[in-house]
Ligand binder design. Structure first.
Ligand code: NAG
Length: 204
């Protein structure tokens, strides 16, 4: 299977002025890796599309291929799940994000371990606003610290933070705030922000 490989560009989500991000040793060079979205979009029906649905099977298969086909050795080490990995609602009691039970039955910590055992790094998708862009799953709104800690507990190394379903004011406030929430967990995680993409075209 040909893998479409992407350079993942990281922007500065931390400072509003000239600051260039946290001095935490991460993303000194553009992180390189793979995300399923360009090829597999938001396929969630595993009974009709067992090989193409966004699932732990797809991620494990891809982890194996990144190693066996030499991409990992060439530097493509981040394997990042894009949108459509979650359940439609948070856990009723704890409000934590839940991975789709059908498609990620082993859970995200288990998947993270699998990815790490291959010598790769584990990335995940989230959205800063009310809902995720494609799947319309729960966004991070009002749950920044909880979600950052959930990702840390799962062994996440990289967070793609999308910007759908949030106002520009919420984006401007939220991106730095979520960055602080990630930092507070104590686990180094690359923070990949889609912030500029959602800024009004008229600014600057
Ligand atoms: C948190 O931020 C400080 C700088 O303010 C940095 O030294 C530290 O490495 C960061 N920790 C993580 C886990 O990103």
């Amino acid at each position: 299977m040909p893998l479409s490989l992407l350079f993942l560009f990281i922007c500065d989500c931390v400072g509003t002025h000239i600051v260039n991000g946290l001095e935490n040793g991460l993303a000194r060079k553009p992180p390189m890796g793979w995300m399923p979205f360009e090829r597999f979009r938001c396929v969630t029906d595993c009974s009709r599309f067992p090989k193409d649905c966004i699932s732990e099977r797809l991620m494990r298969r891809t982890a194996n291929l990144l190693v066996s086909e030499g991409y990992a050795a060439a530097g493509y080490r981040y394997l990042i799940i894009d949108d459509c990995w979650m359940e439609a609602s948070r856990d009723k009691a704890t409000h934590e994000l839940l991975p789709s039970e059908d498609r990620f039955p082993s859970g995200m910590r288990d998947l993270g371990n699998y990815i790490h055992n291959k010598g790769l790094l584990f990335g995940i998708y989230h959205d800063l606003g009310e809902k995720t862009c494609m799947f319309h799953g729960p966004g991070a709104a009002r749950h920044f610290n909880l979600d950052a800690q959930t990702f840390a507990n799962w062994g996440v190394d990289y967070v793609k933070m999308d910007g759908c379903f949030a106002s520009e004011i919420e984006l401007d406030r939220g991106y730095p705030e979520f960055g602080r929430a990630l930092n507070k967990t104590g686990r180094p995680m690359v923070y990949s922000c889609s912030w500029p993409f959602y800024k009004a075209q008229t600014s600057n």
